[in-house]
Write a protein that binds this ligand. Structure first.
Ligand SMILES: *[C@@H]1O[C@H](CO)[C@@H](O)[C@H](O)[C@H]1NC(C)=O
Ligand SMILES: *[C@@H]1O[C@H](CO)[C@@H](O)[C@H](O)[C@H]1NC(C)=O
Length: 436
């Protein structure tokens, strides 16, 4: 996941750049004593002048680059659509409009995009915006038990025409997702089965010319309740390492990538304190060298039983802090993380019994047309939502991503040096791609 990084900053945060100056000069003025007053005052004045100069220079740089950049800015920024006070008509009118140049990338770090066979819109968007996407993960495979055998299901989902279109258009790596459904008690304890599993995956990659896979197994291992046992947990980690190492030893010629890649799916801890079965910082470090990236599922924070925002920004941030820690070491670890971003929303029922669930772009736009709601910004979570009542007079709350919520999450990922992973691109609005 090597990448170049420039100083480009998502303009959502540009207003914050000059703030640190004020508090520091104020607090130094407050803290002085009589004896020190002269020195402190001189120092303060000097500091103030220097700060002012730096500030001016910064400001003028910002101002001039803004002017220069203006025509280069994504369409949605030129139209000032990335804002908290968004309206339903803005969204209805503009959601399919994007910059003329759809190959220019605005987010510097890697972008992993999931696509599902049951939503063909994702395949089309992946083709259209392929140069903005670095890793594509079609959700195609399951590794299962069949009697005493292991079988890799899903080849029938693979769309060769689409793969070759993607290959022609850009450099996105194709890493189909494989879910490890097989019973881990057998798989992890028997060397023969572990080797068989690895062999099935690598053979499929070779035959289909994939660049690697995205592996999801942790959630299954949680479901089987094996991770409480430290021997089993070690075997589990060993298996992922062994797979990663085996994949890395397979050389490819395409794209200048030298070997098959392994991206590993991890879930966010559900509580402030790590539970035994959670994927924690030690697990991350244990796997760090053997995998090429971690797809962190920072979404689904709310549910019909607990309606609310899908991925509160503070929670995303605290999850990252918990997993990688702070400082430069944290930054190094975060470089392999794809911070999860939902392109779907939720329509929750608020009265007359709880219910509701995920919605995609189509339903969202339909609800905007039907109800012409007031779109509200929720500061705490940094998400937009609206309320409506249906024809049975049942109250609903709809949380769905917006340009603003997306911009703030991109900014957060950038500040960690991390990439993003989107579940699932076909469920979002087309103009979301404009800021990627
Ligand atoms: C945005 O798209 C809509 C329909 O797709 C179109 O009518 C409208 O003119 C577009 N707006 C701009 C500013 O291009
Ligand atoms: C679009 O953007 C890409 C990447 O920045 C650039 O290489 C290309 O020349 C641009 N195309 C046009 C038509 O401006």
């Amino acid at each position: 996941m090597a990448k170049k990084r420039s100083k480009q900053v998502v303009s959502a945060s540009s207003s914050q750049r000059s703030q640190p100056l004020k508090p520091s000069s104020r607090s130094s003025v407050k803290s002085h004593t009589n004896r020190q007053r002269g020195v402190t005052t001189t120092f303060c004045i000097l500091f103030f002048i220097v700060s002012l100069l730096i500030y001016r220079q910064k400001y003028s740089n910002t101002a001039s680059t803004t002017v220069v950049d203006d025509a280069d800015k994504p369409y949605v920024y030129q139209r000032a659509l990335v804002k908290t006070d968004s309206t339903y008509s803005d969204i209805l009118n503009e959601n399919t409009n994007v910059s003329e140049n759809i190959s220019r990338r605005h987010f510097e770090n890697p972008i992993l995009a999931y696509i599902t066979p049951w939503n063909s819109k994702g395949y089309d968007l992946a083709k259209k915006f392929s140069s903005k996407i670095t890793h594509l993960s079609p959700v195609w495979y399951d590794l299962k038990n069949e009697g005493s055998k292991l079988v890799l299901h899903g080849r029938h989902n693979a769309d060769r025409g689409w793969i070759s279109d993607i290959r022609m258009k850009g450099n996105a790596l194709i890493l189909p997702r494989v879910v490890l459904e097989a019973n881990p008690l057998d798989l992890l304890e028997k060397k023969r089965l572990r080797e068989k599993a690895i062999n099935l995956i690598i053979t499929e990659c070779k035959e289909m010319e994939y660049d690697g896979i995205v592996l999801e197994s942790w959630s299954r291992w949680v479901a089987y309740g094996i991770l409480h046992n430290s021997d089993m947990r070690n075997l589990a980690l060993q298996f992922v390492k062994q797979l990663g190492e085996a994949m890395h030893s397979v050389h490819l010629k395409r794209n200048g990538k030298t070997n098959l890649q392994l991206v590993y799916v991890i879930g966010p801890p559900r509580t402030d304190k790590l539970q035994e079965h959670d994927f924690g910082p030690e697990d991350l470090q244990a796997l760090y060298d053997a995998v090429d990236g971690f797809s962190l599922m920072t979404y689904d924070h709310s549910s019909p039983y607990n309606p609310g925002p899908n991925a509160p920004l503070k929670w995303v941030r605290s999850t990252l802090r918990l997993l990688v820690g702070a400082g430069s070491k944290g930054r190094r670890l975060a470089e392999k993380i794809f911070v999860g971003i939902n392109f779907y929303g939720n329509d929750f029922v608020l009265s007359g019994g709880l219910g509701g669930g995920p919605i995609t772009a189509h339903k969202y736009l339909y609800l905007l047309e039907q109800h012409k709601p007031v779109i509200q910004w929720e500061e705490e979570s940094a998400e937009h939502f609206f309320l409506y009542s249906d024809n049975q007079h049942v109250q609903h709350a709809v949380f769905y991503p917006s340009l603003m919520s997306l911009a703030m999450r991109l900014q957060e990922a950038l500040s960690w040096g991390a990439g993003i992973s989107v579940w699932e691109i076909g469920q979002g609005l087309e103009y979301f791609f404009d800021i990627l």
